[in-house]
Design a protein around this ligand. Sequence first.
Ligand code: NAI
Length: 655
Amino acid sequence: MSAQYRHWQLERAPDGVTWLRFDKAGSSTNTFSAQALGEFEQILERLGRERPKGLIIASAKSAGFIAGADIEEFTQIESGAEARRQVERGWTLFNRLADVSYPTLALIRGHCMGGGLEMSLACRYRIAVDEPGTRMALPEVMLGIVPAWGGMLRLPRTIGPAAALDLMLTGKSVNARKAKSLGLVDECVPVRVMENAAQMLVTSGREPRRLPLLQKLLNGPAKRIVADKARKQVAKKARREHYPAPYAIIDIWERFGGDALAVPADDPASLEAIFRSPTARNLIRVFFLQERLKGFGKESDFSAKRVHVIGAGVMGGDIAAWCALRGMTVTLQDQTAERIGPAIGRAGKLFARRLRSDKRAERFAMDRLIADPQGHGVRHADVIIEAIFEDLDVKRGLFADLEARARPDAILATNTSSLRIEDIAEGLQRPERLVGIHFFNPVAMLPPVEVVRGEGTDETVLRQALAFVRAIDKLPLPVESAPGFLVNAVLGPYMLEAMRCVDEGTPPEVVDRALVDFGMPMGPIELADTVGLDIAMAAGKALTGGAAATPPRRLAEQVSAGHLGRKSGRGFYTWDDGKAQKEPVSEVPPGLAERIIEPLLAATRRCVEAGVVADADLADAGVIFGTGFAPFTGGPMHYGAARGDAPPQPETDAP
Ligand code: NAI
């Protein structure tokens, strides 16, 4: 019965219920390409004639339900009219699904994103399978677009407008249990009963869920209250000229009943306006850059299970905790057991935060993290990460000892920020074994990890290190051994320029405001205070080879007075309860942000030209994910190219 469809399996069960399983050809993940949607349309037509007792839509993939629209196809949209056609197709089709005379049900197991959730919302019933992989979201806003295939119409009707806007404006996902408590799904069931549960519910004749009266009012005559509140929330995070989509979502829901096609082309919430702004294209570009970084992890089948971390300080402690959270068995070594204790305490808090709803998983993560003051774990580890003080001789000595005790196939990695990999490797019998795996602080928050190739680092080791980084769910960024690698080499000159502005008399608040207005997540002065002024000072010295440039005056004064920023309660700002106390800013001088961004752009370009990263796209990826550089610009190199900078000129003798 199903042979005629490339992407769908259609099967009528003996009880008269029809099962439709999405199985996108040539792909491990289900996405709605134009072709897959076209077939779905034909299937609806056919079922209209056959009138099944019920229709259950499920996935034939082990990888999940439906990941959403095919983003590759978005990149081919070239005009506002095409964007409109693309929207119209899903909107009309899912309206048709919502209108069929027989009962319909989406059986959601695994990820159910964007268009996948919009299709589910058009069904009469939804069941979510209670598994960790089941996640539901409308993440369109993260790509600078809007959930126009019925999401803006049906999500508020299903779970109430405030909860719906919260999901649509943040793009965040919810698990099966949360979906049940929100009313997003009718049932949340374990995997073993899912098919039975689906069959029973679809033929139950049960009335679909109705919104409580208050929610109905808020989704009707009282929309204004919810819309105004949502606009205020969005304005705190994003400016309309940088990110038009979240504002458009609120407008389309409030003024156009969730129908993006009803918005006139000259309205700022129109599909044409969203398409005209470069933001969506740039955010889609950032999405693909992220996919490219993930791809580096696939070039080796290296699979690590045991990790040994040496140094339980700020970095080592958090690296160990992160690896344990991601399923590795981790031994954590330091000079004494007392030094390991605080790291284990921090790990407990991380696990509690991240595994909130699963006490068992929290306990298992804790069991996987083992204090190991004697370093017994070295002999068994697949990966050994050194994160001790930044001291060349001590690191060299440590690695010589590690090499003698570690398995010959274990990866030896250093988290150094400023020492040369080849210098640390000098004491090794096989220096080609050493690779840099450079995490950023705070480890749990920052996705990229630079994987540093020393002059002699073996290619296989490098690929294994990339695979390891991906396996702990970070974004591996391959870089060459050069001062500051990529991210710090780019951040340094930017923060330096910001501090020079402060030395010249511009208040820190004004500097920070200028850059936040530009689109940075945090101003550079607040960032320096957050990182720690001693660390900022040391990083500056390392980048300039410890010589030449004098450090910014205010920075040097603060450090010698022991004012180290957030951690000591005082730096450029006074810190109270983890918050910088700032004077209100009335005006930002024109050109200030551009002046401070310029050294960042120049440094990124230098890194590309010197071959620290393989190409301009990778530089953009590293700088966006590593520094938060305004994603709507598409990255510093892309930003430079868009304003007409000449393409970078690679040096002939790249390192
Ligand atoms: P930290 O001072 O917080 O921790 C270092 C720890 O190493 C201390 O607990 C110390 O007792 C231990 N240690 C020192 N020598 C040891 C030895 N021989 N055996 C066992 N343990 C030993 O230092 P932090 O900030 O965690 O830095 C560690 C490394 O990470 C450095 O190489 C640094 O450049 C790098 N890094 C630091 C970042 C940061 O923001 N703090 C960011 C990225 C890298």
